[in-house]
Write a protein that binds this ligand. Sequence first.
Ligand SMILES: Cc1ncc(COP(=O)(O)O)c(C=O)c1O
Length: 385
Amino acid sequence: MEISKRLQKIPPYLFVELDRLKNEKIEKGVDVIDLGVGDPDIPTPSEIVEVAKKALEKVEYHRYPSNSGSLFFRKACADYMKRRFGVSFDPEKEIMALIGSKEGIAHFPIAFVNSGDVVLCPDPAYPVYHLGTILADGIPYYMPLTWENEFLPDLGKIPKEVVEKAKIIWLNYPNNPTGATATKEFFKELVKFAKKHNIIIAHDAAYVEIYYEDPPISIFEVEGAKDVAIEFHSLSKTFCMTGWRIGFAVGNSFLISALAKVKSNIDSGVFTAIQETGAYALNNLDKIVPSLVSVFKKRRDILAEELKNLGYKFIKPSATFYLWVKTPQGLTSQEFCKKVIQDLGIVVTPGVGFGNSGEGYFRIALTVGEERLKEAAQRLSTLQF
Ligand SMILES: Cc1ncc(COP(=O)(O)O)c(C=O)c1O
């Protein structure tokens, strides 16, 4: 038996050695502080859980869901987009439910990429953009996100022959792993670029509600974006619902219908009880989310202060629950991460795991409580090189 050529192109999992070290520490009884995974430790707010409990009882929801999502869920998404970003969408044609945004992001290239087509992917980035591209037989072209460029890609630096072959450009703001946000000027430039070169903008807005200063924007706040863009939203981080698997895609009706065609041949939609719960969450976002975000804000402030005092270099993020920090002493990201597990029992993610341009950085996820973060900082203060 042999796996497909396509699957063979998926690079090996980078963190085997780090996972081994972490498990070894846990087995030895070390009190490991895991700042590696981007999965909030906060339970889903109880009022959301209560809605789900009632929805589970509805027998009509026990049958197959509607493929692209129930209209009530899509309307809740449209209302949210209007309230939050001031943009109107047709819930039937311009919005569809996803089984978490990852699912939509991974499937989207299948709808538009032919063998050998180029897909522009940020680097460092959430790996699903380039992995979804490879699975669709496309070729990722990596756009470096650098400190100097405020972690925005330099569109002018993409070679002309690459631009000509590009079908999709993936972007993600607020950004995982760098914590950067995009300006409206950048999004304007992006829409202009996409229109000029006939490239689809696929924007991942999974962290758009996890912010501490000005509200991050949607690509659709730029005039004309709907002609060329699709945006992926997630309820996972916003409502601490990573396990529930619900998100949505919104944007150009042709792009949405193509994704719907792919998905209708692969999955059968989101459990309707979860959609009802998701609709409730979105309709009550302003009531529910601020207290969740304030928890992350406190954690960000505590850790940012501690790291600054220890001399670490990073830009304090105004959104997301990640800190993207330069490795000290010229260590590679893998060397540093190995050392902090081995010497301190702390797990952080090596930047290189998000792409070559992540070398020289590590990512901290603020997904443990304040006391644990203080303990992590205390341990870091004892690190010897
Ligand atoms: C940037 C980014 N996009 C999308 C996702 C996927 O989120 P979900 O599939 O839970 O909606 C994640 C998850 O970590 C992420 O970091």
